[in-house]
Write a protein that binds this ligand. Structure first.
Ligand code: C5P
Length: 287
């Protein structure tokens, strides 16, 4: 039994940290969007035992710490299915530790593929709840599209799909640690927050410019280093007529939204002269 599927990256159109919860996690209010940058996940199940990961990348764990392995274990734990050797091959295209949800989308994709292979028909809600047991961004990646995420990221609201946009991504060479950045956030001291409701209204009005103008990520204000680089990338995107530009997730990738392919190509070309990890992709509806 063998299946292949694409696991799509996400961007955070806005990201607000509302409060700290008693368990140490943070209450978020973030609008997330699926984009066409993807990993390719292939799973082969044969009689036997064990979960095996092959990502072809030495810096990614190939053991049970890999989120894809956690997903497979969670699936077998819930369904009680036993007696299979599970080989997961991941062709990585999404940069890691980049704020693009690369690990989470692989985990979500593993759940969806296993659900298909074993015809368990768990459905979106059960897969989201299962995904939340091993990663805060996994529930979003089950269905994707344009969503508001609250709580740890598991309370999801479908939003009006974003009007189609070209997305230029640029990841500087440094990475940001998600737990470290959350550690720098002091909720009561946040001075500027995204206009999340304004973005939701702009989505309802199908006003891409109105969405892009309001994009904001509170993590940008607590970056311990690299803020200048983030600002330079944003400036390059805006100088090339991006409708808006912001850092995604806990960084370090910055993206700009464009309604014009030629301008997006120009921005991509200029950034590619200085940064290795640049991509020109587009928004896509739910998967
Ligand atoms: O759930 P996930 O493994 O993606 O989270 C990584 C880390 O980010 C957590 O260990 C936690 O420190 C932080 N986090 C948080 N609040 C969230 C999501 C993540 O504090 N809502």
């Amino acid at each position: 039994m063998k299946e292949t599927s694409l696991a799509y990256a996400k961007i955070n159109i806005s990201l607000d940290v509302v409060s700290k919860m008693l368990d140490g996690y943070h209450n978020l209010r973030t609008i997330m969007q699926t984009i066409s940058l993807s990993d390719e996940v292939t799973i082969e199940c044969t009689p036997g035992k064990g979960i095996y990961i092959d990502s072809g990348k030495s810096y990614l764990p190939s053991d049970e710490n890999n989120i894809a392995a956690k997903a497979a274990r969670a699936f077998y734990g819930l369904t009680g299915i036993d007696g299979y050797s599970t080989h997961i091959k991941i062709k990585k295209n999404i940069p890691v530790c980049a704020g693009l949800g690369g690990g989470s989308t692989d985990g979500a994709c593993v759940l969806k593929i296993l659900d298909k292979i074993f015809e368990t028909k768990l459905g979106r809600k059960k897969l989201e709840v299962l995904g939340n047991t091993f990663g805060s961004d996994v529930p979003f990646s089950i269905d994707g599209g344009t969503k508001l995420a609250e709580g740890r990221g598991e309370i999801l609201f479908d939003l009006e799909p974003i009007p189609h946009a070209y997305v230029v991504l640029c990841k500087p060479s440094f990475s940001c640690s998600t737990p470290e950045l959350f550690g720098y956030i002091k909720c009561e001291k946040i001075r500027a927050r995204p206009d999340t409701d304004g973005i939701i209204k702009a989505l309802e009005d199908r006003d891409l410019g109105g969405v892009a103008r309001r994009m904001y990520n509170v993590f940008e204000d607590v970056l311990p280093n690299g803020k200048q680089t983030i600002d330079e990338i944003k400036s390059t995107l805006i100088d090339n007529y991006a409708l808006g530009a912001v850092m995604t997730g806990s960084g370090s990738t910055v993206f700009g939204l464009f309604d014009n392919i030629t301008k997006a190509q120009d921005a991509h070309k200029e950034l590619s002269e200085n940064y290795r990890d640049c991509f020109l992709v587009e928004t896509i509806p739910n998967t």
